[in-house]
Design a binder for this molecule. Sequence first.
Ligand SMILES: NC(=O)c1ccc[n+]([C@@H]2O[C@H](COP(=O)([O-])OP(=O)(O)OC[C@H]3O[C@@H](n4cnc5c(N)ncnc54)[C@H](OP(=O)(O)O)[C@@H]3O)[C@@H](O)[C@H]2O)c1
Length: 289
Amino acid sequence: MGHLNIIGAGRLGRTLGRLWQEGGTFQIQSVYNRSPASALAAIEFIGAGQVARSIASMPKANYWLIACTDSEIANVAQQLAQTGLVDDQAIVFHCSGALSSEVLTPLKPASVASAHPVHSFAKPEYSLGTFAGSSVTLEGDNPAVERLANIFTAIDGETLAIDPESKSLYHAGSVIASNYLTTLMDLSLQSFAAAGIERDNALRLLTPIVMQTVENNMALGPEKSLTGPIARGDLETVEAQVESLTAVDDQLAVCYRHLGLACVKLARRGPLSKESAAKLIELLSEPTR
Ligand SMILES: NC(=O)c1ccc[n+]([C@@H]2O[C@H](COP(=O)([O-])OP(=O)(O)OC[C@H]3O[C@@H](n4cnc5c(N)ncnc54)[C@H](OP(=O)(O)O)[C@@H]3O)[C@@H](O)[C@H]2O)c1
């Protein structure tokens, strides 16, 4: 069994740490977070490990996970390199979708890689039960990539290679599907609230349609899943909705109009006529007053 040190055991780090610890893949050895209290909470969640007071005080390990926020990874890699704790047999990896393994260059000759789980770790307790089946994209030095493929497969991740040059666009795709979907839910709840429908009722009302829409998209693709006024070319309904939303909140109306334009483009790949599309584009492009 390998020994893993974690620098930055937040939502992702503590979830993966616990899955590996419970699965017998790794012995979680040492955890360093910005605050010792947070590191203590992480080791309690993982069920193993010791709190480190600094990076320099961590014991040597054959695997190092740097799972702090993206903007801190380069800084942490530099600090860790300066300790001399990482030798040429070690594997060091981060889990950012946006950054490549290049950011870990100061740690060479250790073998370095990035391993991005396409998973939303909003609540570690949930992710323990839902991580299996998530994809994990890998790139970096061969020894690290090969070992990480086994390590993520051990907790039922589906690993695949990613070109480091494509990571920004690939990550934008994940962000749109996950984070923007969440923001759309919030915008939808704001609209329901303005209609006098309480949040709990709105969530109950939305559950079947949101789940159905996700299922439709996965099974049929977006072109065949689009329903509603834009797909039907129902100009009057769209106009009324732009007006109603503008009266409530400018940002709601702006989002409705901008996404509506993308929706028209999608609907044109289906049965929406060129004429209806042109009228909808004119309506949705109008600046709100
Ligand atoms: N969350 C996701 O859904 C998700 C999905 C895929 C990939 N990722 C990637 O996973 C990584 C971690 O994301 P996350 O959502 O788990 O972040 P998070 O919940 O915000 O946790 C970040 C952790 O890093 C620690 N930290 C921050 N700066 C540090 C530093 N300079 N030195 C040591 N520890 C530091 C924080 O310590 P304190 O607790 O003491 O502040 C915190 O425990 C990122 O690279 C992210 O891109 C996240």
